[in-house]
Design a protein around this ligand. Sequence first.
Ligand code: ADP
Ligand code: ZN
Length: 222
Amino acid sequence: MVIIMLGAPGTGKGTVSGMLSDKLNIPQVSTGDIFRKHISEQTELGKLANSYISQGKLVPDDVTINLVKDRLQQDDVQEGVILDGFPRTVKQAEALDNMLNNLNRKVSLTVNLTTPEKELIERVVNRRICPKCKTVYNLILNPPHNENICDNCGNELVKREDDNESTFKGRLNTYIQETSPLVNYYENQEKLFSAVVSQSINKMGKDVTQDVLEYIKKKHIT
Ligand code: ADP
Ligand code: ZN
């Protein structure tokens, strides 16, 4: 099973991916997390990625595609994988189709998350993440029990450097221009499942995760 998560920054891709990963027992691969790890380790890739990420731009396609190509060869993802944050351009989506084709696999489902824009910014500036176990918190909607400490592993929480208002606007624009065409790309392949994540309708990541799981079951997606 290959599941793709699509959605603007702050829609909850990471949160839903994490829950789907637990329920379906397949790994979550987040290109954002991989880049952040390289940035914290100050590798060459990290330095390059940071020069784009800090500006709210996408890391170049060739770099990102090669990274995912390598990752998809590894043993742990052969039975299934949740791709959180890849593909993000039509070029990446075409490259993914090729890679999977060569491995005799295909995209099973694309989960497209949408959230009203005014909620997105609130979520992004109040987001805190655990750098160790990757659990995502929100200081207002989903705060940790002890201030700034991960409930799950006890590590100190951090705020992502790109989770500020000005970088967010750039990221949202990048999403609209470069990533949103993928909604049609996967709709045309009849692989799209869209869901709204919004407090205003009392539908949060865990509810959407449930809907996705039911859809997978009903449609016998493998
Ligand atoms: P979000 O969806 O909240 O912006 P991510 O953690 O998915 O967060 O991504 C953070 C940043 O990493 C992006 O703004 C982008 O610069 C870079 N990035 C992640 N995935 C990709 C990708 N597939 N292609 C290019 N850049 C990427
Ligand atoms: Zn943790």
